[in-house]
Design a protein around this ligand. Structure first.
Ligand code: KG4
Ligand code: ZN
Length: 356
């Protein structure tokens, strides 16, 4: 039995500044998330310079709030876990620098956490013991991937999007429909009054045996449906409220079907009894309901990440940081953020698809 360690998690990879205090990897004492979504809304997406500046303004306050909420002082901590990538380098740098400062000032070990791996394991924040081995579906604004998670520190990529991420497709379709940013929550809401079978949008690679996704064809199909065939520019103003709801529901249905089908098939392929789902799009109500149905039919145990931990948050960073810390996998003050490629370049993608 190992001692329960108190970890401060710091997350700043995109447009949320977050700090959390987690004891023993699961006991979340505080999880403060400050979203910049209002700052970016008028630009229709995250503006890196604005994001970095907002992180600088917020980071100290958010860390203090997390420590206060947990009724702790920095000297009570056992380690600092920070997102080192992938993400926006300017944003990551703020969290990494704050973590280094605390590490130096309070003589605390530093742990570097991979943001996507944290999303892939975030469901374990609400499941004890952790549900491994599992297949993890990670769907957010920057990534859409399927992993085989054998343990917190042992996971393998089985497939991923070769173009747009699922959340990115939600955001782009919301822009076409003039619904504002971010698009996921509003499409989720509007789709509830629409008919998911109204328009037969494409389900790319649904029946292909690999576990990769492609969503750019779906986005273009929505664009042509709304603006007219071959039209790149236009307006959604001619759509009635019901037509808008039908487009939203039909798009959402076409996007989630490959996610659900491939996740279940991947679990069967690797023989994993559990399915976990994380990332901002994991909050989508149709995806959650569809996965519940499909996993039940396939006899798989489904663990949906609680909504509060679906979007970017530091609790998942502290949890994975705890495992890395216990395994002695420490970083040091030479740690640098890695923006990384969210997706490998096209020539490498094929290999990933066929070779795994
Ligand atoms: O994980 P996240 O907060 O940030 C990234 O790491 O990207 O994910 C943000 C994405 C956005 O694209 C947003 O539109 C999407 O998650 N999202 C949703 C929902 N809530 C957020 N997509 C579909 N349905 C939702 N309810
Ligand atoms: Zn994320």
């Amino acid at each position: 039995m190992t001692t329960a360690r108190t970890i401060l998690g710091i997350e700043s990879s995109c447009d949320e500044t977050s700090a959390a205090v987690v004891v023993g990897g699961r006991d979340v004492r505080a999880n403060i998330v400050s979203s910049q979504v209002k700052l970016h809304a008028k630009y229709g997406g995250v503006v890196p310079e604005i994001a970095a500046r907002a992180h600088i303004e917020q980071i100290r306050l958010i860390i203090e709030q997390a420590l206060d909420a947990a009724r702790l002082h920095a000297r009570d901590l056992d380690a600092i876990a920070v997102t080192a990538g992938p993400g926006l380098v300017g944003s990551l740098l703020i969290g990494v620098t704050a973590a280094k400062v605390l590490s130096l000032a309070f003589d605390l070990p530093l742990v570097a956490v991979n943001h996507i791996e944290a999303h892939a394991t975030s469901a374990a924040l609400a499941v004890d013991p952790p549900p491994w081995p599992a297949v993890a579906l990670v769907v957010s604004g920057g990534h859409s991937s399927i992993y085989h998670v054998r343990g917190f520190l042992d996971m393998e990529l089985l497939g991923q999007t070769t173009d747009d991420a699922a959340g990115e497709a939600f955001d782009k379709v919301a822009a076409i429909l003039e619904l504002g940013y971010p698009g996921g929550p509003v499409i989720d809401r509007i789709a509830q009054t629409g008919d998911p079978a109204a328009i037969a949008f494409p389900r790319t690679w649904l029946h292909e045996p690999h576990f990769d996704f492609s969503f750019s064809g779906l986005k273009t199909a929505v664009l042509y449906h709304v603006y007219g065939k071959g039209e790149k520019y236009g307006s959604a103003a001619h759509l009635s409220a019901q037509q808008l709801a039908d487009v939203a529901a039909s798009f959402q249905a076409a996007l989630i079907e490959p996610l659900i089908t491939k996740t279940v098939r991947a679990a069967q392929h690797v023989g994993a009894p559990h399915v976990v789902v994380g990332g901002g799009v994991a909050a989508n109500s149709a995806l959650r309901a569809g996965l519940r149905r499909a996993c039940e039919e396939a006899g798989l145990h489904l663990h949906l990440t609680p909504i509060e931990y679906c979007g970017d948050n530091a609790a998942m960073i502290a949890m994975l940081g705890h495992e890395l810390f216990q395994a002695g996998r420490l970083a040091d003050l030479s740690l640098e953020p890695h923006g990384g490629l969210l997706r490998p370049p096209r020539h490498k993608r094929r290999k990933t698809r066929r070779g795994s």
